[in-house]
Design a protein around this ligand. Structure first.
Ligand code: UDX
Length: 458
């Protein structure tokens, strides 16, 4: 078993650290934030991730994992150091590598033993070469240092499972020594390992993520066409999915992809291609489709309602997907400012994301609209004029079509996640607009409720 140090305790770093401890390695997680370190020491996970806290507590108690701000002590005798710090997107779409270079410098100044440095963060092709050179340039002691690429494919919400039962481990190395060491570290996981060179490993990460992003944007593009030609995108996806070459996953049309990876990695690859004098047209198209998709329901609703001024707008779901409190690139962040600008009175519900969202949009009055956070969905829907569904939380899916009819002033629902069957909403008398499918009860509500909508607006 190895002495493993992990730089950065975000999703990638902390989940990897806990899982390495779980399979028996001795792990030290390093973070600059002392408060966070103390939390983790006491068994509290700073991120909401299913199953993580339990596994942390178990490994804390069994003494296989520790947390520190003291990077020297963590790196000094480590056999392997994983770098899992962020590579945030810069205004031009390229990746900001300053956190990685800070860690690389700290490693160079601390290590006293031969050590394999493994970059887990998503980095532009060629970065691992640079990190290795950088560390060697600043190396204080006469030890063997090599850098390997080991991109991470965990999805938020299922990160622990994705790590312990990954479909493949990609290792990118430039020597047998590095490959053998990394293989040995992953040996206790008993997972398929694909061993390639460093640049290919870096490229595999982008190519995989961007392919999935492309798949989603393709389905969203098809969904928009389905609406125009009277087809149902979910039926279309089902029909496509039986072809094994296409597969059944990531065919869900919706309100666009968000999160920490797809938006950032599509822009980064677009940027990498342009830097290399090439235009990656498919990825550029995926980015463009996604940008429009995020506000497609807002646009539909704007046409339908003319204005949101003075309307009570229920927003169900704020996070970019269920099972996480992460708001990065969430569709809600694209829509809420537009609604507020239009004078909407928003009542937002999210089982875990509301507190993070309120840091960006504090409860209260804005220039024109207002935002209120509610703990139960009924409060959001009570007397609402319109409801937007942005995240398919279980709690949201559990709302019956009848509840919209019963609670809302005008049962008008814009569903960005295609949670309901059209026929259920039709039967319940809810005007229902979703993605890539026909709208339901449009005329009925117009006739019976238009008066009310007008009244509220005036
Ligand atoms: C993703 C990749 O799945 C993971 O392998 C990679 O390491 C990081 O990026 P994550 O961002 O956590 O993980 O979430 P994921 O479940 O993949 O969803 C990303 C976005 O795509 C979400 O906004 C989701 O709603 C959207 N999505 C996903 C769709 O709109 N349709 C789909 O069919 C699937």
């Amino acid at each position: 078993m190895f002495k493993v140090a992990i730089a950065g305790t975000g999703y990638v770093g902390l989940v990897s650290g806990v899982c390495f401890a779980e399979v028996g390695h001795q792990v030290t997680c390093v973070d600059i934030d002392e408060k966070k370190v103390n939390l983790m020491k006491s068994g509290v996970s700073p991120i909401y991730e299913s199953g993580l806290e339990e596994l942390m507590q178990k490994n804390n108690a069994e003494g296989r994992i520790d947390y520190t701000t003291n990077f020297q002590s963590a790196y000094r005798n480590a056999d392997v150091i994983f770098i899992g710090v962020g590579t945030p997107e810069q205004p031009d779409g390229s990746a900001n590598l300053s956190y990685i270079s800070t860690v690389a410098r700290q490693i160079a100044e601390s290590v006293e033993n031969d050590c394999l440095v493994v970059v887990k963060s998503t980095v532009p092709v060629g970065t691992n070469d640079k990190v290795e050179q950088f560390i060697k340039d600043f190396l204080v002691n006469d030890v063997r240092i090599e850098v390997a690429s080991n991109p991470e494919f965990l999805a938020q919400g299922s990160a622990v499972h994705d790590t312990l039962y990954a479909e493949r481990i990609i290792i990118g190395t430039e020597s047998k020594w590095a490959e053998d060491r990394l293989r040995e570290i992953y040996e206790p996981f008993h997972l398929p390992i694909v061993s390639v060179n460093r640049r290919s490993a870096e490229m595999i990460k982008y190519a995989s993520n961007d392919f999935l992003a492309l798949k989603i944007s393709y389905m969203n593009d098809i969904a928009n066409l389905c609406e125009l030609v009277g087809a149902d995108v979910q039926d279309v996806a089902e029909g496509m999915s039986f072809d094994e070459r296409i597969g059944s996953k990531f065919l869900n049309a919706g309100i666009g992809f968000g999160g920490s990876c797809f938006p950032k990695d599509t822009k980064a690859l677009d940027n990498i291609s342009r830097e290399n004098g090439y235009e990656l047209r498919t990825v550029k198209a995926a980015i463009d489709v996604n940008k429009d998709q995020k506000i497609s329901l807002y646009k539909k609703a704007s046409k339908r309602l003319i204005t949101f001024n003075g309307l009570k707008v229920a927003v169900l779901g704020l996070t970019f997907k269920p099972g996480t409190d992460d708001l990065r690139e969430a569709p809600s962040l694209a829509n809420v400012p537009l609604l507020l600008e239009q004078g909407a009175d928003i009542y937002a519900y999210d089982p875990v994301g509301a507190s993070n969202f309120s840091k960006v949009y504090p409860e209260g009055d804005f220039d024109k609209g207002t935002i209120t956070y509610v703990d139960d969905i009924e409060q959001a829907l009570a007397n609402a004029n319109v409801c937007f569904i942005f995240t398919e939380w279980g709690e949201v899916k559990a709302v019956t079509p009848d509840a919209y009819k019963r609670l809302m002033r005008t049962p008008l629902v814009y569903d960005g996640r295609n949670i309901y069957e059209n026929y259920d909403m039709r039967e319940a008398g809810v005007e229902y607009h979703s993605i890539g499918r026909a709208s339901v009860n449009r005329e009925a509500i117009k006739e019976s409720k238009n008066h009310e909508l007008q009244t509220v607006r005036s």
